[in-house]
Design a protein around this ligand. Sequence first.
Ligand code: KG4
Ligand code: ZN
Length: 336
Amino acid sequence: MRILGIETSCDETGIAIYHPDSGIIANLLHSQTEIHRDYGGVVPELASRDHIQRIIPMIQSVMSMTGLHSTDIDGIAYTSGPGLIGALLTGAAVGRSLAYAWKIPSVGVHHMEAHLLAPMLEKEAPENPFLALLVSGGHTQIIQVDAPGHYRLLGESLDDAAGEAFDKTAKMLGLGYPGGAALSVLAETGNPLRFSFPRPMTDRPGLDFSFSGLKTASVNALKQAGNDEQTRADIARAFVDAAVDTLVIKCKRAMLQTGIYTLVAAGGVSANRQLRSALASMVASIGGKVFYPRPEFCTDNGAMIAYAGYLRLINGESEPLSFAAHPRWALAASEL
Ligand code: KG4
Ligand code: ZN
């Protein structure tokens, strides 16, 4: 059984093929960063237009790279939400139509479900139940995963997502867009003792987050301390330390509260080096284990969509001829 996966929820076109015995046998990604950089954020209409131009040639490329014919594909999975409506509709329309033409089933996949299942593509995969820390440009959530398809939201950001806060702070420090990764590199040369930012919402019970205050703390520090290179690095360091510390405190709290000591970290920010090392120490201190997707499967990709779709298709899920895109879509509503 081979599943073609299509990701078009935001500013990356991802196309991949998954086979249960061989794993991911093809994986192509096209990032639109260059298109959006000058605007300091993703421009939805430009994103949709680029997906439209890329999607068919990229599908043709994965087919020719693998030497597969349309009759070798048994199902199609595409991201149907959450994300940008025009971008989602591109993947949904192409995915659903191709499945119709090829006379195979298709399924719309929840983007965040695909992120949290991505570590299952690794040799060392987590066992159920586990907790998932989902940290991306649009979401910060802690989810209890009883089994694939059975999700409980334990906590989430009440304002900015972690990736959004990284990107906004990075932009303010002149690091371009999206600057999450560059901010983390700059933080490595910063002095950890110069500024101390709050660890929002850690002083009260619960597993929700708030990251907008950290962005404000960065703005205030920049205003007060000046804009030289060392100050920018020191602010980056204070921001990264506070964001990482906050995520780690909440993950530890969730693990102790639920008694589930297996943690998965996924989504773009889970590629962050400081977060990975802090999670590793915390989890070791309580006798737990943490799992990640490989770095290229932390950020958006078609492989995770193909895999999440595979789980749904073998479960007998498939769609009628109509299709839908859900710009907002709660993960718990996508039960298998
Ligand atoms: O999962 P993703 O590719 O897209 C969404 O679904 O949003 O996540 C993108 C986010 C961006 O905010 C980006 O700056 C952030 O992940 N990111 C990082 C790192 N790599 C990507 N943030 C911090 N450190 C990184 N190394
Ligand atoms: Zn994502």
